[in-house]
Design a protein around this ligand. Structure first.
Ligand code: FRU
Length: 503
């Protein structure tokens, strides 16, 4: 395929070449962020699954390293997590130089001694700050009996109140989450099963479980537990998507609160992201509890292999800090771009277009509001308009652009990428994604992050996020505001160009 540098994101991680899916084992240690990921070292298509590796000091500029956990004749390496074993509970390091411990899924290939295609949990560790990894002598450390071909994606964390490690895994097709405990990361005993419950639909797979606590409304005495899962298909915008449940965890069992009635469809559930391209999100280990940062794979299993980028395929979302806030009377997960990103934006001069009033018209933002990578902050007040919003990555003539529109009658926010550029590479590349955003007074705030091939829209305190890939022509660099069937005031409109005059 022809190379597509015009779609190489500036702010989002991509491997130099070849295929990438899920983030794996992200952790922060000694001032460095580590990111591993599902990687095919040999081709821009899924296969030969291994853990690729990149490091960064701000999660915006990444340095790619050699493959950390390579596939072999006998097994592929599927997703998992890394923990910093501070107290050397595993005995695989010392307390002075604590080991980094990766729990990942081994997929034992046919013709290996194990039963065909068995998935089980394995351990690797590093004594040199993540540079090199050794396999634990006992492999795997956790198998289902009877062995299962669907048992994967260990998400491990330290459960402080109980003084033990907890591992969440899935039996993807059951679908269920299984929780285990361990005091040394190598011997695991079953705590409980979660599921099938919640969003259960024909053919659904649960993948990539993360269980973590968040204080409700910043109140540490009101700790809730979040179970974040990838579901595929039946994502709220089609294909794969990131769902979450809010509940309690007593060290043994996760109990969700406020579940929709049995049989309810995807729209009745809570989603980390309502766009099409957010999946397999997990949480960084080694960061303070007050700064829980998540990162996801910015693609969708419906069309990931057809995405027209080369020589790489696959990219990550921006890292986002999570909080749990009461909105509309119930706890909702809220995402904000991580502080490093906010600092990057603040270090650039912003262009202001405050107080613009539009009546049933489109208006191109004047130069210099022009670029392929930008941060846009908007507060609009609809005075009679039916719909209002912006086009990003738009051409001057308005023929191309990704539309971000609020609909007053429907009270919904929509990202429409039907005219965003290249869309025909897969019939499953969905065009419109909508989410309910109540704004009876017509006041809507939007934070839009535009990169060379993506749009991330945040609203309502980050409780609404929509992440979509787009493949615009390089000359689609403009922003166009619009108001349909009436007046809209853009009381605040700030554009920060991130690909000009910097670095
Ligand atoms: C999620 C997933 C995981 C699995 C990995 C394989 O996208 O299917 O369940 O471990 O990808 O690459």
């Amino acid at each position: 395929a022809n190379e597509t540098p015009q779609w190489r994101p500036l702010l989002h991680y991509t491997p130099r070449r070849n295929w990438m899916n899920d983030p794996n084992g992200p952790f922060f240690y000694k001032g460095v962020y580590h990111l591993f990921y599902q990687y095919n070292p040999e081709a821009p298509e899924w296969g030969n699954m291994s853990w690729g590796h990149a490091t960064s000091t701000d999660m915006l500029h990444w340095h790619e390293h050699d493959v950390a956990l390579p596939f072999s004749e006998t097994k592929d390496i599927f997703s998992g997590t890394v923990v910093v074993d501070k107290h050397n509970t595993s005995g695989l390091g010392t307390t002075d130089n604590p080991p980094l411990v990766a729990l990942y899924t081994s997929v034992f290939k046919k013709n290996a001694s194990n039963a065909p295609d068995v998935q089980a949990q394995s351990l690797a560790y590093s004594n040199d700050e993540g540079r090199t990894w050794k396999s634990y002598h006992k492999d795997p450390v956790l198998t289902l009996s009877p062995p299962s071909p669907h048992f994967r994606d260990p998400g491990v964390f330290w459960y402080e109140p109980g003084d033990y490690w907890v591992m969440a895994t899935v039996v993807a097709n059951a679908p269920k989450v299984k929780l285990y405990k361990s005091t040394n990361l190598t011997d695991w005993t079953l705590l409980s099963d979660f599921g099938p419950v919640g969003l259960v639909q024909p053919g659904i797979q649960w993948e990539m479980p993360s269980l973590f606590p968040l204080p409700l409304d910043g109140n540490p005495t009101q700790l809730k537990w979040i179970l974040m899962l990838g579901v595929n298909p039946w994502g709220v915008s089609g294909g794969s998507g990131s769902i979450y449940y809010v509940g309690s965890f007593d060290g043994t069992t996760f109990r969700p609160e406020g579940l929709p009635p049995e049989g309810a469809g995807p729209a009745a559930y809570d989603w980390v992201d309502h766009g099409a391209d957010h999946y397999a999100a997990i949480v960084f280990a080694g960061l303070p509890a007050a700064r829980p940062v998540t990162i996801g794979w910015m693609s969708n299993w419906d069309y990931a292999s057809q995405v027209p980028t080369a020589p790489w395929k696959g990219q990550m979302t921006l890292p986002m800090t999570m909080a749990l806030r009461t909105i509309d009377g119930r706890p909702q997960l809220c995402l904000t771009p991580d502080g490093h990103y906010t600092a990057l934006v603040a270090a650039h001069a912003a262009l202001s277009f405050d107080g613009m009033r539009l009546s049933s018209e489109r208006r191109l933002l004047p130069e210099p509001a022009r670029g392929q990578v930008m941060d846009i902050d908007i507060r609009m007040h609809m005075h009679g308009a039916d719909r209002a919003g912006i086009f990003v990555r738009a051409t001057v003539d308005g023929h191309v652009g990704t539309k971000i529109v609020y609909d007053m009658k429907k009270q919904t926010l929509t990202v429409d990428r039907s005219r965003s550029g290249q869309t025909g590479f897969s019939p499953r590349f969905s065009h419109e994604h909508s989410v309910s955003v109540p704004a009876p007074a017509g006041e809507v705030s939007l934070h839009v992050i535009v990169d060379r091939n993506s749009v991330e829209v945040l609203s309502r305190n980050g409780s609404v996020v929509m992440t979509d890939l787009v493949f615009p022509p390089a000359d689609a660099e403009r922003v166009m505001t619009f108001s349909e069937n009436g007046m809209t005031e853009f009381s605040h409109m700030k554009v920060t160009l991130l690909d000009r005059n910097q670095e």
